[in-house]
Write a protein that binds this ligand. Structure first.
Ligand code: SF4
Length: 74
């Protein structure tokens, strides 16, 4: 599954858990907010873990094929 990944910058607190889980997808920018550098950089599992482990649910995952939001769950 390919994800469209969005980071809610206003919500992100710079915990960098996402960078630890998926270092080829996420990077911290100069404002200490996560940015997506390559949506396909790590496995779907790692991207999903990163989104799940974000303490403030700042990472939104959309299934590219269906347009359905897969994280956070409904
Ligand atoms: S885990 Fe969440 S709060 Fe932490 S840097 Fe990533 S998006 Fe921001």
């Amino acid at each position: 599954m390919a994800y469209r990944i969005e980071v809610l910058r206003d919500v992100c607190i710079g915990a960098a858990t996402c960078v630890a889980d998926a270092p080829n997808v996420f990077e911290m920018d100069d404002d200490d907010k996560a940015i997506v550098i390559d949506p396909q950089g790590d496995s779907d599992e790692d991207v999903y873990s990163a989104a799940q482990n974000c303490p403030v649910n700042a990472i939104i995952l959309i299934d590219e094929a269906t347009g359905e939001q897969v994280w956070p769950e409904g």
